[in-house]
Design a protein around this ligand. Structure first.
Ligand SMILES: NC(=O)c1ccc[n+]([C@@H]2O[C@H](COP(=O)([O-])OP(=O)(O)OC[C@H]3O[C@@H](n4cnc5c(N)ncnc54)[C@H](O)[C@@H]3O)[C@@H](O)[C@H]2O)c1
Length: 388
């Protein structure tokens, strides 16, 4: 295990009915709020009306930025920055999934910065301060509700980039699993794949002597596997929705499950290049890329893949070589994603080979990616080719 420090400042308020606390939680941090949300579900479910009235009852002035896109765009973030400056907003409340929360973080970082907020995504500048934000989460997936990361798409340049900062952790996040009852089938699937992928990025590591971290990872994977089909069969399955929601938060809350371990994140980097051009949902892209990344890299550390196959998927190792066991675990991953309804090929999104070179080149724009196996442009291209 490597040396590490771990801090996570986000106050989590978990459980049915907790959205009723949004007024008092927000009023602790700000008086003039930008309410950031997507294009439909919060209005349909009544969460929008309820939130506005709770904020007003708490004496908070509310300004709004609706219509955050899935895969939020830089142009929308800039609109939010302008509103905050014009209206002297002192707190941002995100109500939605990862896209809404990520947009809120980018706005929060952009408001006190004199330059272009995109600088934080390209590494040209480092975030030194940000407006405080809070969230009401409506979709179990990204972990953005308890981490400092944001992913934004610069649509004009077809670039999807991320930043991570200690200044953009939410002050609080309200996690009411009943708010996810309305999440449609495809986004429930994408969310589950995203949660599992976050764990994979941390679990497939070359760092030695990390048994507790590995078991944290395995337990999240098992919990998602056990619960996602229950939520798909019955979208109002209270226990399944609660378990998925907490799994999503734990899978990526600033690295708690993988402290002291090298992380990989190459598959996320590759997926970002795909969705930057084709605007496909993040989880859907990961369901295609990840099993192919696994096939491509598993020989780097076969014992971790054997452990994954046997502990997570219950592969019986008797009479099999390590290679056979590892491949059985990878196939079990692919089969599971397919069984819950995730796509398995880029062709399912009508993506062909035309832009593979550009995607591979952009993925390694700042150098080789990944730590489990360092991937150069030709490796990324090979994984994308396997994914066609
Ligand atoms: N910040 C991070 O740590 C992090 C990690 C992984 C991914 N991401 C990014 O997050 C984005 C994806 O976020 P996401 O997976 O949470 O999805 P999302 O926020 O894009 O939402 C997906 C869809 O679900 C709908 N939706 C959300 N809640 C709903 C509800 N309760 N009922 C009905 N519909 C609902 C939204 O309107 C949207 O159409 C991508 O841009 C991805 O790159 C961020």
């Amino acid at each position: 295990m490597n040396s590490f420090q771990f801090v996570n400042p986000t106050h989590i308020v978990f459980g049915e009915g907790t959205a009723n606390q949004v007024g008092q939680l927000t009023a602790k941090h700000g008086k003039t709020v930008l309410l950031v949300y997507g294009s439909g579900s919060v209005k349909k479910t009544g969460l929008y009306d309820k939130t506005v009235s709770l904020l007003q009852d708490a004496g908070v002035t509310v300004h709004e930025l609706p219509n955050i896109e899935p895969n939020p765009r830089l142009s929308t973030v800039n609109k939010g920055i302008a509103i905050c400056r014009e209206q002297s907003v002192d707190f941002i409340l995100a109500v939605g999934g990862g896209s809404v929360i990520d947009a809120a973080k980018a706005i929060a970082a952009g408001v006190p910065y004199d330059g272009d907020v995109w600088d934080f995504f390209t590494g040209k500048a480092v975030i030194e301060k940000a407006l405080p934000i809070g969230t009401i989460l409506t979709l179990a997936a990204t972990g953005s509700e308890m981490n400092g990361s944001s992913v934004v798409t610069n649509w004009e340049e077809n670039l999807k980039r991320a930043f991570g900062s200690s200044h953009t952790y939410p002050k609080f996040s309200i996690l009411d699993p009943t708010l996810t009852y309305t999440v449609p089938r495809n986004h429930t699937v994408n969310g589950a794949v995203d949660i599992m992928s976050h764990v994979f990025e941390q679990y497939f590591s070359l760092t030695e002597n990390t048994p507790l971290q590995e078991r944290f990872c395995e337990s999240i994977l098992q919990t998602v596997i056990e619960n996602v089909e229950l939520a798909l069969e019955n979208p109002e399955h209270a226990a399944a929705r609660a378990n998925l929601m907490w799994s999503g938060t734990m899978a990526l809350n600033g690295g708690m499950i993988s402290v002291g371990m090298a992380n990989d994140w190459a598959s996320h980097g590759i997926e970002h290049e795909v969705s930057a051009i084709y605007d496909i949902p993040h989880g859907a892209g990961l369901a295609v890329i990840f099993p192919n990344w696994m096939k491509y890299v598993h020989e780097e550390r076969i014992d971790r893949f054997v452990q994954y196959a046997t502990r997570v998927w219950g592969v019986n190792p008797a009479g099999k070589s390590d290679q056979e066991i590892a491949l059985e675990g990878i196939q079990a991953t692919r089969d599971f994603f397919t069984r819950i309804g995730a796509e398995s090929r880029l062709a399912d999104f009508e993506i062909g080979s035309e832009k593979l070179d550009r995607m591979a080149e952009e993925a390694v724009r700042y150098g080789a990616i990944g730590s489990f196996k360092r991937l150069e442009k030709q490796d990324v291209k090979a994984i994308l080719e396997l994914s066609l």
